[in-house]
Design a protein around this ligand. Structure first.
Ligand SMILES: Cc1cc2nc3c(=O)[nH]c(=O)nc-3n(C[C@H](O)[C@H](O)[C@H](O)COP(=O)(O)OP(=O)(O)OC[C@H]3O[C@@H](n4cnc5c(N)ncnc54)[C@H](O)[C@@H]3O)c2cc1C
Length: 433
């Protein structure tokens, strides 16, 4: 057994378990309102997987407030359009003009390397004096008098007036406090970030985020790092998962899943990393994230399927909201954590429930086949590229209280869509162009 880690000198106001994007951004947000924060990360070093991430205006707005947006812009890419295409015939279904979107929301839509975004928060935490400890695996949580305790794998224990569990999808805190299971979608994601020269002949759109949606699969592409790299995400339904096999989503399933897709998608598939893949799991929304002085945050509280590209953003928003309420509920006696946590839970639970459930529905829409696919295409083609009815509820300013939470969009029923003639003709040609 390893010796216990030496305990650190000053007691923190807040312990954050998990040094992912959610944990670090929250630690930074809380340090900005004058709190002493300690982050405990189980890995030997802080880090993130080397693929891309999309961050919408509801995140860049917060980065701007933190004084981190210029650094993010210098490391990321501001794409010109978000374009959705049919993965079989490559025809355009809809687009958003991201320059106009920036004018509408006041902040840009950005894509960035995950390790760059994580690095921005890590440096910001260091500069703000957050105590950053690695190689600390938290194995249990306990309620204490006016606070909470965490127990470490090495036998140590630490306590603080507030413990935030930002320990991700497979959260130990969630298991202990809620006890629910992850939900498998039977879909799996493959990622790759490669030098842009490797894909220039593949028919890519370097200045856009392109999403190819197809039967039981989709494929995402965008440039990273000032346009020097190109990020691809390939997602598909795993036949092995449907058959109940333990080992599912393996590389042998990848090629078959995209065999019938258009040229640009098929050319991208051989570049996907094949030594690592991500089974797409989420959890059902829950109503209670706060247990005494232990609060769930980020994926530990609301892991979504990734179709809305809001998982990390929601975690960043959680930290921003919690810090605002901590500041509002601070008196000479310190933070009234019970009030701050109640305000955090009152607004974030419902917002994140909406994102989680919409992400599931969005995935179903993307992956339609047959007649439903054609109806979807008709509906998508009729969308206004300068209309924001479907994004205002999520890309607008992050609500601090339930009354600030915007109304959701009204879905368009697919049954109302006619199948257009070009679609009907294309449907006769398996695999499209
Ligand atoms: C394919 C794919 C694409 C995605 N694209 C986007 C996107 O475009 N935009 C977006 O916003 N989101 C996206 N997401 C979602 C996003 O990645 C997650 O929602 C986000 O990273 C969650 O952050 P987190 O900090 O809550 O959890 P994590 O990133 O999982 O971090 C948890 C941290 O806690 C640590 N930890 C775990 N257990 C312990 C323990 N017991 N003790 C101590 N430390 C512990 C882990 O080592 C880790 O560092 C995507 C996800 C996938 C899979």
């Amino acid at each position: 057994m390893k010796p216990a880690q030496p305990s650190t000198s000053h007691n923190p106001d807040v312990i954050v378990v998990g040094g992912g994007i959610g944990g670090l951004s929250t630690a930074f947000a809380l340090s900005r309102v004058g709190l002493r924060v300690r982050v405990l990360e189980r890995a030997k070093e802080f880090g993130e997987v080397g693929a891309g991430i999309q961050i919408a205006p509801n995140c860049t707005r917060i980065l701007d407030e933190y004084g981190l947006l210029d650094e993010a812009k210098s490391l990321g890419v501001l794409p010109e359009n978000m374009v959705m295409r049919d993965a079989l015939d490559a025809r355009e279904l809809t687009r958003l003009d991201l320059r106009d979107l920036e004018r509408h929301y006041g902040f840009p839509y950005m894509v960035i390397h995950r390790s760059d975004l994580h690095g921005i928060f890590l440096r910001a935490c260091r500069a703000a004096g957050v105590e950053l400890l690695t190689d600390r695996t938290v194995v249990a949580y306990e309620h204490g008098d006016g606070g909470a305790r965490i127990l470490l794998q090495d036998g140590g224990a630490e306590e603080a007036p507030l413990v935030i569990a930002a320990d991700g999808l497979h959260s130990v805190a969630r298991r202990q406090l809620v006890g629910d299971d992850v939900v498998s979608s039977d879909y799996v994601a493959y990622r790759a970030a490669v030098p842009i020269d490797q894909v220039r002949d593949n028919g890519i759109a370097e200045k856009d985020v392109t999403v190819y949606v197809g039967p039981r699969c989709h494929f995402v592409q965008y440039a990273l790092r000032g346009g020097d790299m190109f990020n691809q995400v390939a997602v598909f339904e795993s036949p092995k998962a449907l058959a109940g096999k333990e080992d599912w989503g393996t590389p042998d399933e990848l090629d078959a899943a995209f065999a019938a897709t258009c040229d640009t998608v098929r050319k991208g598939i051989p570049l996907m990393w094949r030594d690592r893949w991500w089974q797409m799991l989420d959890r059902d929304p829950i109503e209670t994230w706060v247990h005494g002085r232990i609060a769930l945050l980020g994926d530990a509280a609301h892991p979504p399927l990734q179709y809305m590209a809001q998982g990390a953003i929601m975690a960043i928003e959680d930290g921003w909201v919690l810090a605002r309420h901590a500041a509002r509920h601070t008196t000479d006696d310190g933070v009234d954590w019970d009030a701050a946590l109640a305000a955090y839970e009152a607004v974030r639970v419902e917002h994140c429930r909406r994102v989680q459930t919409t992400a599931r529905a969005w995935g179903e829409l993307w992956h339609l086949d047959g007649e439903q696919r054609l109806r979807r295409n008709t509906v998508m083609r009729e969308l206004d590229p300068y209309g924001y009815a479907f994004t205002d509820w999520v890309y607008g300013p992050t609500a601090l209280s339930p009354d600030e939470e915007p109304a959701m969009f009204t879905p368009i029923p697919l049954a109302s869509a006619r199948i257009g003639e070009p679609d009907a003709a294309a449907a006769l040609v398996p695999g499209g162009q």
